[in-house]
Design a protein around this ligand. Structure first.
Ligand code: PEP
Ligand code: MN
Length: 337
């Protein structure tokens, strides 16, 4: 529920309402603006309505938050949230590109790939150390050793690093080594993990589940934000449909829809979204055109020998060409690369 106070209301009048909300076991949000003080009350809307905040003399009007997600909704937070990923801003006027291999395989592989993506203009480096694989017999990632390599190479090239978290037990260690923690599609509804990430103190890249609706994704983000971490970057990475020509179906409808409904930044992953290297540049341009705040792209120094997702990973020169071709699209969208 959103409670808008009359112009000229005092601090103590706002505090009175905030205390009332808290005393009912609900979550108060204080949002002082330049003209009006707005108070958010988060909780069961039926309980909130029964409290009749409109009866306070300092209240101008009360409106319910209609969306099932509250804290991530634009209804309560009309302006874009800008997430700080290391020294890079995600959201707002900038367009960011996170690039790197699917998995960290060795220091040399990371160094060569980081050098290539950095010189092509990528802003951040990706690389999985803990890999959730469909088959238990596939490469599972280097684990802790991979985290160390990623951190070291990120520092060497002055790039923030993003890596996947698959288990709550690893949060502290990953938060120590990475600038952002990625929740993969398979864990999007691992609610205990999401809640724990709400307290990790680092930005979270939350990927859409393979069979998740947009609402499911936004409610998953709400789990993280509700625990105190507002630094969530949403990621559209394709969903399962009846289509078999591509690995997934990249649902770019989600981008403008999410922009309308929430204040969180959204990036697009055309690598997992298509699963086909040749399709990645076109879908990257499409992501820019529909209003995404950035891209996360798999690049490997030697894709045919990659230990995971080689078929969708770009060769370094293909990535450089993609970045070059993206520029006019980003400029046309009113953002800067
Ligand atoms: C990845 O980024 O390599 C990955 C496993 O992504 P997703 O969770 O989207 O499949
Ligand atoms: Mn991958």
């Amino acid at each position: 529920m959103i409670i808008i106070l009359k112009p000229g209301s005092t601090e103590s009048e706002a505090k009175e309402i905030l205390a009332h909300i808290e005393s009912e076991g609900l979550r108060p949000l204080h949002m002082p603006g330049t003209e009006r003080v707005v108070i958010g009350a988060i909780g069961d809307e039926r309980i909130l309505e029964s409290l009749h905040f409109e009866n306070y003399p300092q209240v101008e009007r009360v409106t319910p938050i209609l969306a099932p997600y509250k804290l991530v909704s634009r209804e309560i937070h009309p302006h874009d949230t800008i997430v700080r990923l290391g020294g890079v801003s995600v959201g707002g006027d900038g367009f960011i590109v996170i690039a790197g291999p699917c998995a960290v395989e060795s220091a040399e592989q990371m160094r060569d790939t980081a050098r290539a993506v950095k010189s092509a203009g990528a802003h951040a480096l990706r690389g999985g150390a803990f890999k959730p694989r469909t088959s238990p017999y596939s490469f599972q990632g280097l684990g802790r050793a991979g985290l160390k390599i990623l951190q070291e190479i990120g520092r060497e090239f002055g790039m923030p690093v993003v890596t996947e978290i698959v288990d709550t037990a690893d949060i502290d260690e990953i938060a120590e080594h990475a600038d952002a923690l990625q929740v993969g599609a398979r864990n999007m509804q691992n609610f205990r993990l999401l809640q724990a990430l709400g307290k990790c103190g680092k930005p979270v890249v939350l990927k859409r589940g393979i069979a998740a609706t947009i609402q499911d994704l936004l409610l998953a983000a709400e789990y993280i934000v509700a625990e105190g971490n507002a630094e969530v970057i949403l990621c559209e990475r394709g969903i399962k449909t009846f289509e078999t020509a591509t690995r997934n179906t990249l649902d770019l409808n989600a981008v403008p829809y999410i922009k309308q409904k929430t204040h969180l930044p959204i990036i697009v992953d055309p690598s997992h979204g298509t699963g086909v290297r040749e399709l990645v540049p076109a879908m990257s341009r499409a992501a820019v055109a529909c209003g995404a705040d950035g891209l996360i792209i798999e690049v490997h120094r030697d894709p045919p020998h990659a230990l995971s997702d080689g078929q969708q990973s770009l060769f370094p020169d293909e990535f450089a060409a993609l970045m070059h071709g993206l520029k006019p699209f980003v400029e046309a969208s009113g953002k800067t690369l």
